[in-house]
Ligand binder design. Structure first.
Ligand SMILES: [Ca+2]
Ligand SMILES: [Ca+2]
Length: 260
């Protein structure tokens, strides 16, 4: 009985196995073709001279003659991503979404504020000491910021001589995303600021009575706020603020004044 039925079963099985082998071979060949296509596409993009040139251009922004990028040392970020808790702030600058590009200033420019004397409208801060504002520590942590009283307050750096100022960089607070109000930065040769040059002002309603400002509100980050001071001459730099979106208080972690 079995012997009679055996040949057709065997032939059927062999045909089935043969079909499976051919199917597998077909699938394998298809996968090889697919892998080759991916590899070719990758090589085309990677070795394309235009793509390579564009990549190099992106990586190296050349300094104009006689200029160099400011040698900034930034603290570690304390938060990442787009802040969600800031609502109802008018003229709020959108975060760049990538690191700030280099800032070029004449060669030899350095941070003149490091270790320099700080005075201000609140010489007995609620937290910390004014000298912490130029001590080089820019960390977001508690113990690294100075907390001044509420409403409009200022701090002032004495560079000890008239200097050409090319950039000003400052951190109010960067443990969480915050917006400080009435941020005004002025340069003067007069410690009383009877005459001064304003290099930043985002007091849009003149509540600080220093003039109506047109500059943007911005979110504090570990990159700090970098201002182009365009070579303005002066010995003193004054920083105003009028509270922030979280409280009426004012804070400083560090200020830097780049010049020569
Ligand atoms: Ca500091
Ligand atoms: Ca205001």
């Amino acid at each position: 009985m079995l012997a009679e039925n055996a040949p057709p079963v065997c032939a059927e099985r062999i045909a089935g196995v043969d079909f499976l082998i051919r199917k597998m071979q077909k699938i394998t060949s298809l996968n090889i073709v697919r892998a080759c296509c991916v590899l070719l596409a990758f090589l085309f993009v990677a070795l394309n001279p235009n793509a390579v040139a564009a990549d190099k251009k992106k990586a190296v922004v050349k300094a104009p003659p006689g200029m160099a990028a400011l040698p900034l040392e930034l603290p570690k970020p304390a938060f990442v991503g787009t802040p969600q808790n800031i609502k109802g702030v008018k003229q709020l600058e959108k975060p760049l979404g990538r690191p700030r590009p280099p800032f070029f200033a004449p060669k030899g420019v350095k941070n003149l504020a490091l270790g320099k004397k700080i005075s201000g409208s609140d010489e007995e801060p609620i937290v910390g000491d004014l000298k912490m504002i130029t001590d080089g520590d820019k960390k977001a942590a508690d113990g690294s910021y100075v907390e001044l009283g509420p409403f409009t307050q200022y701090i002032q750096v004495d560079l000890e001589a008239e200097k050409e100022i090319y950039a000003v960089l400052f951190w109010h607070y960067h443990k969480q995303a915050r917006v400080y109000f009435d941020v005004v930065v002025q340069v003067s040769n007069d410690p009383e600021f009877a005459k001064s040059t304003t290099i930043y002002n985002n007091d849009h309603d003149n509540s600080a009575e220093l003039g109506v400002g047109k500059d943007n509100h911005y979110v504090e980050t570990s990159e700090g706020r970098l201002l182009d001071a365009k070579g303005v001459k002066g010995r003193y730099v004054r920083f105003y603020s009028g509270g922030n979106n979280a409280s009426d208080l004012n804070h400083y972690i560090e200020v830097e004044v780049y010049g020569k």
